[in-house]
Design a protein around this ligand. Structure first.
Ligand code: DX5
Ligand code: ZN
Length: 221
């Protein structure tokens, strides 16, 4: 599967989101990763669907929307209306996972499941025939700039083998930088979320370095 870089908007300058999203697109990023937090599922708050809708016009690359909210079911329609191309919901949320996936897919967009670091990977198994992506949190959700949890590499490997030949992307989110990127790729991740590393310093240089590491590891395989 073609490797994808999904830049986390959380580390952009929120006073200059239009500029920072355009810079990411110009640097060759594949997707924008939009972190939605409700102050309940996680101890932080970001933006809602209306703000996301305003940002949609800034770029034409896909919006990969990560819902860290306790009750995603009643917000899915609004996030689709806001321009989501793919929505992931946490398996730990308080709504019925199948109902969330069905609602997302009823809009004709891609659906995925996210698992937090302490949730057994087997929690994803019942949904494998119904999803387009699994997102493995490699930090505790809520904040950018945290350190990669090393146990995530084994979790990625386990999920990679559970996915088998299915056309399901394996995304990783949290603490991915120049030092940890090769590990997550070697463990089977094909969709890479990164925020603080990519938005720190020169974005084009950072993306070029990511692409070089991806080319190295993917050639070796
Ligand atoms: C954390 C978010 C991540 C975060 C990643 O809850 O889901 O997307 O922004 O940021 P970095 O790459 O800084 O760990
Ligand atoms: Zn995220």
């Amino acid at each position: 599967m073609k490797p994808i870089i999904s830049i986390s908007m959380l580390s952009a300058d929120f006073a200059h989101l239009d500029r920072d999203l355009k810079a990411a697109e110009a640097a060759g990023v594949d997707w924008i990763h939009v972190d939605i937090m409700d102050g309940h599922f996680v101890p932080n708050i970001t933006i809602g669907p209306n703000q996301m809708k305003d940002l949609r016009a800034s770029v034409s690359i896909p919006f990969d929307v990560h819902l860290m909210i306790s009750h995603p079911l009643s917000y899915i329609d609004a996030f689709v209306e806001g321009g989501a191309d793919l929505i992931t919901v946490h398996v730990e949320c308080e709504d019925d996972t199948d109902a969330c996936l069905n609602k997302i897919k009823s809009h004709g967009i891609k659906a995925g499941i996210v698992i937090s670091p302490d949730t057994p990977v087997t929690a994803v198994e019942p949904y494998l025939d119904d999803i387009d992506m699994v997102l493995v949190m490699s930090v505790y959700p809520g904040f950018g700039g945290q350190k990669y949890l090393t146990k995530s590499s084994d979790r990625l490997k386990a999920l990679k083998s559970m996915i088998g030949k299915r056309q399901i992307r394996l995304e990783v989110d949290g603490g991915v930088n120049f030092n940890t990127l090769s590990d997550v790729l070697a463990a089977g991740a094909d969709t890479i979320v990164s925020g603080s590393c990519l938005y720190h310093g020169d974005i084009q240089n950072n993306i070029n370095q990511f692409r070089a590491i991806i080319a190295d590891i993917c050639e070796e395989k």
